[in-house]
Design a binder for this molecule. Structure first.
Ligand SMILES: N[C@@H](CCC(=O)N[C@@H](CS)C(=O)NCC(=O)O)C(=O)O
Length: 214
């Protein structure tokens, strides 16, 4: 047992946003303090909205009952909670902006992939091809940018930016295994195959996605 304050992280094993938070818990040694509670935000019977009016995962409930929502905020709090570094988000300076820029690019990749996936969930007559094509174009552009920068990114200390990139690419593999993103992005593909073996990522692979690097 530990005297450390107890927090609850509500997340779903297939949510890339929730996985970010779970990965930070593991990376920062917070498992004794954070109970990971599996929550399906799409379940009409869910009690998630009782904790978080936004109704999304991840949701982090602090010991005093304060609720944090939105994965960038949740990840930043968790990173700050573990006082011993190295931090996944540099606390200040130009390094912080560099990391948060990659984090934002990778979140944009997740947003486009999730938006595309939502369209596929609609009844066929409500699906809208131009909207899907728009998300696919965003995915391609973001992958192009990351491919151009992968040499610099890979040389940096591990950060929330890199971890979110890996999670975003895993999500694309999970939902769109036919996407073929590796063909046009060989540097990104090689980097992804390496980082996927990192314990925090290997332990949180979403159900349905092979744990072994592709
Ligand atoms: N910007 C939010 C997005 C979170 C999000 O959309 N989570 C999804 C699961 S992948 C969710 O809970 N959706 C429920 C809903 O939209 O009602 C974040 O970064 O945490």
């Amino acid at each position: 047992m530990t005297d450390a304050p107890h927090m609850r992280l509500r997340t779903s094993p297939t949510s890339p946003y929730g996985r970010k938070a779970h990965v930070v818990v593991i990376e920062r040694g917070l498992e004794p303090q954070v109970e990971v509670v599996s929550t399906d935000p799409w379940d009409p019977e869910t009690d998630l909205t009782g904790d978080n009016p936004v109704g999304k995962v991840p949701t982090l409930i602090l010991p005093d009952g304060t609720v944090l929502m939105d994965s960038p905020l949740v990840c930043e709090y968790l990173d700050w909670m573990a006082p011993d570094g190295p931090f996944l988000i540099p606390v200040a300076g130009i390094d912080r902006f560099a990391v948060q820029r990659i984090h934002a690019l990778a979140d944009g990749l997740i947003d486009a992939a999730v938006t595309r996936q939502f369209d596929l969930r609609r009844p066929e007559e409500l699906q809208w091809q131009p909207w899907r094509a728009r998300q696919e174009a965003a995915i391609a552009r973001i992958c192009d940018t990351l491919e151009q920068e992968i040499g610099v990114i890979a040389a940096q200390p591990i950060s929330i930016g890199q971890l979110t990139m890996a999670i975003a690419l895993d999500y694309i593999d999970l939902r769109f295994p036919e996407s073929g993103w590796r063909d046009a992005h060989p540097g990104l593909a090689a980097w992804h195959a390496g980082i996927r073996t990192r314990p925090s990522l290997a332990r949180t692979v979403p159900p349905g996605l092979a744990a072994q690097p592709q």
